[in-house]
Design a protein around this ligand. Structure first.
Ligand code: PA5
Length: 457
């Protein structure tokens, strides 16, 4: 970890590379956006825009509950000792950030790699009986802890899954034993899960009132599972705190985060309505999923918004690559370029060179991977697809915190540039209400009758 402020100041965690925007975004277009970007940024910082009740994430990296932070670390230490498997139950913003962090910093294969921390399975994020049955089989004969995460406490997917795991733990460990192994992350004071947890005596952690689900990875929502995976959450918060300071720069020309927000808005106005987040690193796949929720829920409303998509290259160059190269020209790419790798794999020499690959003998796979990226950047821009490149120093906890803050702030500024409230998600409720009605939840009788009538039409 970078420990002194001096070390951190001289360490470039994220660099915006605009070289592959040549011919797509001109500097005078950036200059003409400056006043709007400046205003949007000020609106976020002054908490004076739409949805301003949900701006707790802005100062969170420095202004967080230190007592709770210490409790998170203590609970994580106990969980690590108590179980082979931590089952994390949650959906959307109550799930994606933690999973993204664990895969980003460790690996998508975290659960199967040798380690002295528990395997961590995420569930409650679908209603699939097969997915749940598979996980229940994996849990057989293992010691388990559960972290149920739900701000509202009423979301069907995690609530149903929690009921099943609660019964399993109570049968296995008794009610007292289960109480020691169940941790609830929910609203500070309200909601079914909070009431139930207080009644039964679970240790609880807080989803702050002023932080929406998709902005909650640096609260207990993300931090408890992340700490259970042995990741340094102090470093993660420091990365976010340093990003907060760096991107408080008011001059849009000098602020990479504001420039990114401006670039995507300029491209959107030119008809580039789909943004594809591309990474040449499978460990970033869940980070892309986290990013898609952040941008999709924040911008997609009032019949507006960029559609957030994602790809992992070079894998998807062999599936979606054709479309990106020559399909509808309404897309641009934002590329996560990890400039270093903690892992060294060299291509061996073959004296017989049967496969003709000796031109790569001794090459590092990381360098080959970045060369694939360069070749793709040239090809895609030649094909009419603008590319924004974010050079990221590494996949450390510190960098994760930095990049999370970068995207959160850029998203809020982008939302204001678009003229939407980036902090609500009215559309998410539509399916939830219909589902409650169709499943027969009390209070939804009228809606149920109306939906049934529509089915007869
Ligand atoms: O961003 C959101 O608000 C949603 O994706 C929620 O995170 C998701 O619906 C889960 O909600 P809850 O934490 O209340 O169970």
């Amino acid at each position: 970890m970078l420990s002194t402020p001096h070390e951190r100041m001289n360490f470039m965690t994220l660099k915006l590379n605009e070289k592959f925007l040549n011919g797509f975004v001109a500097e005078h277009e950036m200059t003409s956006m400056e006043a709007q970007v400046r205003t949007a940024h000020e609106t976020v910082l002054a908490r004076s825009g739409a949805g301003s009740d949900f701006l707790g994430w802005v100062d969170l990296p420095v202004d967080y509950d230190k007592e709770e932070f210490a409790r998170i670390k203590a609970a994580a230490a106990r969980i690590r000792k108590m179980c082979d498997i931590l089952v994390v139950i949650g959906i959307g913003g109550s799930y994606l950030g933690a999973r993204a962090a664990i895969e980003f910093v460790h690996s998508p294969l975290y659960n199967t790699l040798a380690k002295d921390t528990p395997a961590i399975y995420f569930t409650g994020n679908s209603i699939s009986p097969s997915a749940l049955s598979d996980l229940l089989k994996i849990c057989e004969g293992k010691d388990i802890c559960v972290n149920i995460i739900s701000k509202s406490g009423t979301t069907t997917e995690p609530a149903v899954t929690f009921r099943i795991f609660r019964e399993l733990l109570e049968k296995k460990y008794g009610k007292d034993g289960a109480r020691e192994r169940i941790f609830a992350t929910t609203d500070r004071a309200r909601g079914t899960l909070k009431e139930f947890s207080d009644k039964v005596g679970y240790e609880t952690f807080v989803v702050p009132d002023d932080v929406g689900g998709r902005y909650s990875v640096l609260t207990a929502v993300g931090l408890l599972p992340i700490a259970c995976a042995g990741i340094d959450i102090d470093a993660m918060m420091q990365g976010a705190a340093d990003a907060r300071e760096l991107y408080s720069e008011k001059d849009p020309a000098k602020n990479a985060c504001l420039r990114y927000a401006a670039i995507r808005n300029i491209l959107y106005r030119k008809g580039k309505v789909t943004e594809i987040l591309a990474a040449y690193e499978p460990a970033a796949q869940m980070f892309c999923e986290w990013w898609k929720q952040l941008y999709g829920e924040s911008e997609g409303k009032d019949n507006k918004g960029l559609f957030p998509a994602s790809v992992i290259f070079s894998t998807d160059l062999h599936s979606l690559g054709q479309y990106i190269q020559e399909g509808l020209r309404n897309i641009f790419e934002t590329v996560l370029d990890f400039t270093s790798s903690a892992d060294s794999v060299k291509i061996p020499n073959d004296p017989e060179n049967i496969d003709g690959l000796n031109f790569l003998s001794g090459s590092e796979l990381h360098d080959v991977n970045r060369t694939a990226m360069l070749g793709t950047l040239f090809a895609h821009t030649d094909g009419g697809v603008p590319n924004v490149v974010l050079e990221i120093a590494d996949r450390s906890a510190y960098s994760f915190g930095h990049v999370v803050y970068f995207f959160e702030l850029a998203c809020a500024v982008s939302g204001y540039l678009l003229g939407v409230n980036p902090f609500n998600q009215p559309g998410v409720e539509a399916y939830k209400k219909n589902m409650f009605a169709l499943l027969g939840k009390p209070g939804y009788e009228e809606m149920r009758a109306a939906l049934q009538a529509r089915m007869q039409d």
